[in-house]
Design a protein around this ligand. Structure first.
Ligand code: KG4
Ligand code: ZN
Length: 338
């Protein structure tokens, strides 16, 4: 079965062609250069750029996969959560294709697709599993009793972890997106130089909060006069990156006391971060659990993860004798549905 997937939820225009679970192409066109001067995503610019790029990106995905549109058996597209204007571009394009070729169309949840990225590369992940999703728009913890069963057990109450990294980088005028810049500069820094108190929810929930760490970082910046050229910049960024990592893993440790799982998954754009990847693996080892993290290119937004989840859903529906439909009524949604 050939599937064409489209992802436009945020600031990457992406299309992928999959043949069963083999990824034949996964084209990702980033808009980083467009948003960089603003230090963050400008939603209207994002939608307009998707509108310009979508045709080319889809064509490129087909040509790299050496497939033609009339060979595609099913289409998949991200429905949400994300920027509505951006989502509508991908949705409309995918609907147009599915309508013209009279083929099924599967609407996919972006957050679940990030988790599916781990399954794309690691076939046998033991269940139940706890999945920590860390991106620019989301920081959430999901429990998966079994495949395709996503139960939200914690989420951020304010900033996402990636958003906090992006905001501190913006404040210091280091460039956008902030996560990769901070990672590069923090590599040579001393992570114990600046102290950060790790936040903890008082209500015993597994929710996250990053606005406190962000405020603490801004206080250090002001009191120590940290700037782009300050000699302690690398130490400061290493300490901040370490604090973000520690906060994520502290919460995961608490969740593990309640959710007795057999494996741990880390995913989302921030999961590209080497410090977080290493710490996560160490954490899993000390808890006697196997850990699964997608390779870097499948951590940030991409259509292959959307296609993989769509194929898994179709396979699941087939077992229940449910037919995947040409769903022309799919609508976009901005937030994780409650
Ligand atoms: O998953 P993603 O591509 O988009 C969303 O769904 O939000 O994640 C983007 C986020 C940004 O905040 C970016 O700064 C962060 O991922 N990021 C990183 C790294 N690469 C991307 N954060 C830390 N270290 C990285 N290497
Ligand atoms: Zn994402």
């Amino acid at each position: 079965m050939h599937l064409l997937a489209i992802e436009t939820s945020c600031d990457e225009t992406s299309a992928a062609v999959l043949s069963d679970l083999e990824v034949l192409s996964n084209i990702v066109l980033s808009q980083d250069e467009i948003h960089a001067p603003y230090g963050g995503i400008v939603p209207e610019l994002a939608s307009r750029q998707h509108l310009k790029s979508i045709g080319f990106v889809v064509e490129e995905s087909l040509s790299r996969a050496k497939r033609k549109l009339d060979q595609i058996d099913v289409f998949a597209v991200t429905q949400g959560p994300g920027l509505v204007g951006s989502l509508l571009v991908g949705l409309s394009f995918a609907k147009g294709l599915a309508f013209y070729y009279r083929k099924p169309l599967v609407g996919i949840d972006h957050v679940e697709a990030h988790i599916e990225a781990a399954f794309l590369e690691h076939g046998n992940i033991p269940f139940p599993a706890l999945a920590l999703l860390v991106s620019g728009g989301h920081t959430s913890l999901f429990c998966l009793p079994e495949k395709l069963d996503f139960s939200l057990v914690g989420k951020t109450r304010d900033d996402a972890a990636g958003e906090a990294l992006d905001k501190i980088a913006k404040f210091l005028d280091l460039g956008y997106p902030g996560g990769p810049v901070i990672e590069r500069l923090a590599e040579k820094g001393e992570p114990r130089r600046f102290a950060f108190a790790i936040p903890r929810m008082t209500d015993r929930s597994f929710d996250f909060s990053f606005s406190g760490l962000k405020t603490a970082a801004l206080k250090h910046i002001k009191s120590e006069k940290i700037s782009k050229t300050h000699p302690a910049l690398m130490d400061f960024l290493a300490s901040f990156e370490e604090a973000v990592t520690k906060s994520l893993l502290d919460n995961l440790a608490r969740a593990l006391e309640v959710h007795k799982v057999k494996s741990l998954i880390l995913c989302g754009g921030v999961a590209r971060n080497k410090r977080l990847r290493t710490r996560f693996d160490e954490f899993a080892r000390t808890h006697g659990l196997p850990s699964f993290i997608p390779s870097a290119k499948l951590c940030t937004d991409n259509a292959a993860m959307v296609g993989a989840l769509a194929l898994a859903r179709i396979e699941h529906d087939k077992k229940g004798r449910k037919k995947t439909a040409l769903s022309l009524d799919l609508d976009a949604y901005p937030r994780i549905p409650v």
